[in-house]
Design a protein around this ligand. Structure first.
Ligand code: PMP
Length: 364
């Protein structure tokens, strides 16, 4: 039995066991059809209902205003790195990017294929977010792009950027549904599905309707937000299973108490780890500067601030002996990464914490 395994992966990530059990229970026959959900037509009554109900549940949970569309777009997070400029940059041909981590860097590089990209701030390896007064925003930009939580370096924005009326585009792939957000402050919010939203395959895109209708001529139809909106995200065959699992996850979030509950749990879980680490005087070292520490991805080096690779390997091996998996840091930055998505319980965090304390006592 695998009940005791704790999965701290950054994505694909843990799905609540009760959700997996429910999926297992209806996998062979969905709603008495005698067919699996993955075998049903995307134009079947069953799938159309899932598609609609999942969009409605998202609207409810996030309190999304009526003048926004909710889309499911195949191609994951990086699909949107291309789709954003393809759909939005046409108005002025130029866009501002806040490069505060690796994911916003990659997004900016992709966007350069589709227009003029102004890097308004570059703090990729500083693990901080420079004072907005120093940002070089361009009032003629079609949009301002940023990544709300950098999954690789564990840096999270503690505020929503102010853009003086220029539409704000947020990559919330790793912290979507972990807190309340005021959707009306954004032009577009997107999130890949494999972290807090179930399994890989789609990105959820929330877009203000007045930004539709501007796609560039060479934008592929499957990435065209205007077309997807017109067809309620059933333009071509969507990744049905990913949308189906997203629906189950949203029901789970609602049942657990919604975003207020997710936000307080998220704060509590990350505080447990950070407060302990701050007492270890350099045995565990956090990448991120204090005001921008991520509540979702805690990225650390062990032994010293640049990391003792042998000790980190030992940490990963010993953690696995204690049934804790997927703690290895991203290959670009190495070290250890503890991901605390909604599915991770306080009890699981306390189990990790106990292990970290014992590991420190043994190896410091
Ligand atoms: N943005 C962020 C913040 C991410 O963490 C990731 C993936 N880890 C991506 C974008 C890219 O997502 P995908 O792998 O689905 O393209």
């Amino acid at each position: 039995e695998y009940h005791n395994i704790i999965n701290f992966g950054a994505g694909p990530a843990k799905i609540p066991r009760e959700v997996l059990e429910e999926i297992k229970g209806e996998l062979l026959s969905f709603n008495n059809t005698g067919m699996s959900i993955t075998e049903l037509s995307h134009r079947s009554k069953e799938y159309m209902e899932i598609n609609q109900q999942t969009q409605e549940l998202l609207r409810q949970l996030l309190n999304i205003p009526a003048n926004y569309s909710v889309l499911f777009v195949a191609g994951g997070g990086q699909g949107q790195f291309a789709a954003i400029p393809l759909n939005l940059i046409g108005r002025t041909g130029t866009a501002d990017y806040l490069v505060t981590g690796i994911w916003s860097r990659i997004a900016a590089e992709e966007a350069k294929n589709h227009g003029n990209i102004n890097i308004a701030v570059d703090s990729q390896d500083e693990h901080s977010i420079p004072d907005p007064k120093t940002w070089k925003l361009n009032s003629n930009a079609s949009y301002v792009y940023y990544c709300d939580n950098d999954t690789i370096q564990g840096v999270e924005f503690p505020f929503t950027p102010e853009t003086n009326g220029v539409p704000l585009v947020a990559d919330m792939s790793s912290n979507f549904l972990t807190k309340r957000i005021d959707v009306s402050k954004f032009g577009v919010i997107f999130a890949a599905s494999q972290k807090n939203l179930g399994t890989a395959g789609i990105a959820v895109v929330i877009i203000r309707n007045d930004l539709l209708g501007e796609a560039q001529k060479h934008c592929p139809n499957v990435l065209n937000y205007t077309l997807l909106s017109k067809y309620t995200s059933i333009y071509n065959t969507p990744p049905i299973f990913s949308v189906y699992i997203l629906g189950k996850i949203l029901q789970w979030v609602k049942k657990e108490g919604g975003l207020d509950r997710m936000e307080s749990l998220s704060r509590h879980k990350s505080q447990l780890i950070y407060e302990y680490i701050d007492q270890t005087e350099g045995f565990y070292n956090i990448f991120a500067n204090k005001p921008v520490r991520s509540k979702i991805n805690i990225c650390i080096r062990i032994g010293n601030s640049t990391g003792d690779a042998d000790l980190e390997e030992k940490f990963i091996q010993e953690a696995e002996l204690h049934n804790m998996y997927q703690l290895r840091g991203h290959h670009l930055v190495k070290g250890i990464r503890i991901s605390l998505f909604n599915s991770i319980t306080i009890k699981e965090v306390k189990t990790l914490l106990k292990f970290m304390i014992e590991f420190e006592a043994k190896h410091r």
